[in-house]
Design a protein around this ligand. Sequence first.
Ligand code: NAD
Length: 296
Amino acid sequence: MKHKIIDGREVAGRLRARVAKEIATLAEEDIKPCLATILVGDDSASHVYVRNKITACGKVGIRSEHYNLPNSVSEKELLRLIDKLNEDEGIDGILVQLPLPNQIAAHAVIDLIDPQKDVDGFHLINAGKLMRGNAELVPCTALGCLILLRQTFSDLSGKRALIIGRSNIVGRPLSLLLLHENCTVIMAHSRTVNIEEECRRADIVVAATGVPKLVKGGWLNSDAVVLDVGISRVETDAGMVLMGDVEFQKAIEHVKAISPVPGGVGPMTIACLLYNTLVAACRRRGLTVPDKTLDL
Ligand code: NAD
């Protein structure tokens, strides 16, 4: 499997097909899961992300309701909307696109979302369940990374996994998922002294920092499997390009497998959001939940 590219689009396609099949089965019982999306302000990247999520929902048969709030909206008004959506029996998932403007405390918003509707998996209760090892709704990007790694390794047990980036959205939840898989997890971050040395020793490297080309190709060993989560928009001679955290062209010469940017982890994040919405819809109705081991 020398120089293998991990094709996130292909795996995400299989996951979406699996979700679509389950949604069609629910439709036979007159159940039509619905995701509410909330976007505050006019950040263009956030608009694109939310639009992509809504389109993806439509393609697998998940309904969506979108709320676009002005940048000046108060925390109180946003919390009132969350309350309303929590009470609404027709809503299965609530997604608040981050970041939020400064006048709003993101934690206050996230922790008001009904944990059963928390399809991003960021609520304190869901974070706690993930830590205890009985997670129900897992942060989408971290779950996407786990699924890609499961496609690549028949057994993750004992693998030395280096995660670069300790955010609550990606690095931290992924560290817990990989610990539950019996990996030896090493967390690196902006204060880590020698990331190069850590990279050389790792069987798995997940880079999630937003620092373009932070990880040099020559740092990686020939057995390494690399997931590049980072997405940065960088101005080059060829115009604006999307760039990952890993020096892809050099890394691919060294490693066993690597995910590209774009076309790697990104499509998995959206597919996992659809999966989480399906999970939330099933759980709320006491129905069997499709297994998150996701034998795709
Ligand atoms: P964040 O800013 O919350 O966290 C960045 C992390 O990187 C921090 O823990 C920080 O310590 C670490 N870091 C920063 N500079 C570093 C350095 N020089 N060396 C080592 N570590 C360093 O970011 P985030 O929300 O976790 O996102 C990280 C990246 O992943 C961004 O580019 C973001 O756009 C991308 N992202 C992609 C997806 C996807 O679906 N592909 C989803 C979420 C985030």
